[in-house]
Design a protein around this ligand. Sequence first.
Ligand code: ZN
Length: 448
Amino acid sequence: MSAYILDVAMLPGGWARAVRVSVDAAGWITGVEPDAAPHPDDQHLRGIVIPGMANVHSHAFQRAMAGRAERGGTGDFWRWRDVMYALAARLGPDALRAVAAHLYAEMLEAGYTAVAEFHYLHAAVDDDGPRCMSAALVDAAADAGIGLTLLPVLYQRAGFDGGPLAPAQQGFALDTARYLALLDALAAKHNAQMTTGVAFHSLRAVDAAALNEVVAAIDDDTPVHIHVAEQRREVDDCQQHLGARPVQWLLDNQPVDPRWCLVHATHTDPGELEGIVSRGASVGLCPSTEANLGDGFFALEHFEALGGRWAIGSDSQVCIDPTEELRWLEYGARLQAQRRCIVSSAQAPHAGARLYRAALAGADGLLGRRVGAIAPGYRADLVALDDRHPLHAGLDGDARLDCHVFASPPRTVRDVICGGRWRVRDGRHEHIDALAHAARSVQGAFDA
Ligand SMILES: [Zn+2]
């Protein structure tokens, strides 16, 4: 049992001062008391403290190619994918662990405290391949101290026509029985900082029979993630082969509900958006990646007007900063609408604060653990923002959070507690130098 005293904290009911947060040995919040008198053993978190952000969509290995596919010739999404396949083919478990551990430490420094890892590098050359690659990610998350929801991905065919996987895709493949066996093996490793869910790469990579078999095999509270409608070509192919747009097909054929994360959902029509809202599913938006890949822009303003749930992800890892993802979302919508402050309303006038709270709430249920609030029963994931920069002078509450989201100076995240453990102090992760050294050496091998 430990306790923290927070100068100013964002609680579910609003901002509060002198908040005493009690945490049990496993890292769960057991009590939250505003206007508290500190005890001698309490640890002090200075400045303004907000819940850590959930990153609902990550492919850790792609950090090794971030910024390295920006030349002509990697022009469209499908050419970028070829570059990504070439990297995937060269990654073994040790290299994956090194790249992911450094990435996860960087996520913590940026204020992400939980990550859903959409993992398809099974490299299934033998029976131990999938387990080794999953174990590499579990170990990487433990190295960095971030909360992990590992989502092994089912990936079985090259496209809607049922064609066999290309050689570059073979390492992603698992038959359904081996996939379910992998889930069972990982379930035995669950702890307070690690759990699992299921993921389907996309409707183009998994047929209805396999989808149904896996969905029937999981518990009612297991998160389900799927890439959907990221590219127009995928929408066209789905209509041609399944007779419906991909989001509509999912709504019509699967038990889509609040544990489902529809990743991207870029090319959706108004009826599909209404369907997502009515089922309570969340959309996993990755605006920096969607921009980098030229995917398109999600209909945020319309979805917000419907009361839709959404969360954010770093996806291809070109950007490791939740505030930048949130800015991209709002700015994309502003550029489309030629107006300011798209997500704000009379009830929630502060756009930055509204974006931050919406992303926290939209992730609830997608990670298989309670994250995203400073409240009993949630993970003790606390992010303390530096309040010494002149930009922050005189600001507090939602106005201060607006400034964090829209005008973050460097190193604005000062301290990070994740699962009740202190991981970042004064902007630096406790192991960042060693993890960076290990990641640099494997990166050099890729580039050779
Ligand atoms: Zn993705």
